[in-house]
Ligand binder design. Structure first.
Ligand SMILES: [Zn+2]
Ligand SMILES: [Zn+2]
Ligand SMILES: [Zn+2]
Length: 149
């Protein structure tokens, strides 16, 4: 149960872990996948019926700034959120036709080496301190390739 780690993280940075925040993070963690704010809203409302969608968005933004949650824009007009996990680091294949998102974690060993090199160079060149990255590939999934032909 990673709860205590989140709380420590919050305290360190001067944020308060409230019940609704805890519930939102819990949903993002447990449901996995790539959730929209509406998906999260639907789940969190079961335990916090009074919560508003604006609170969900604000809280997700906070989590993104804190590095607890990754935010993606795969197209289709809705941002998607996914729990950040070092152990489950992966990239995405995104179908532009049906919106399907495939998680993959092949090549991570090769990637670590290459990305570390790139990061070090970028850090140096731009006096930047990179702490994460996202890599999404766009195209057509198998069934959409058939459909489009
Ligand atoms: Zn990566
Ligand atoms: Zn598709
Ligand atoms: Zn993913």
């Amino acid at each position: 149960m990673p709860g205590p780690r989140w709380r420590g993280n919050f305290k360190e940075r001067g944020h308060r872990m409230t019940g609704p925040r805890d519930a939102i993070l819990d949903v993002v963690n447990k449901k996995q996948g790539h959730l929209t704010a509406d998906d999260i809203f639907f789940e969190v409302r079961k335990s916090y019926p009074g919560i508003g969608i604006a609170t969900i968005y604000r809280t997700l933004d906070l989590f993104v700034r804190m590095g607890l949650v990754n935010k993606f824009d795969f197209g289709g007009g809705k941002s998607r959120y996914e729990f950040t996990s070092k152990e489950k680091h992966h990239h995405h294949l995104v179908c532009k036709n049906c919106g399907r998102v495939v998680d993959y974690d092949s090549f991570l060993d090769e990637e670590t080496e290459l990305i570390k090199k790139i990061e070090a160079e970028l850090n140096r060149k731009h006096d930047f301190k990179i702490d994460s990255h996202q890599l999404d590939f766009y195209g057509l999934c198998k069934s959409c390739q058939r459909e489009v032909k």
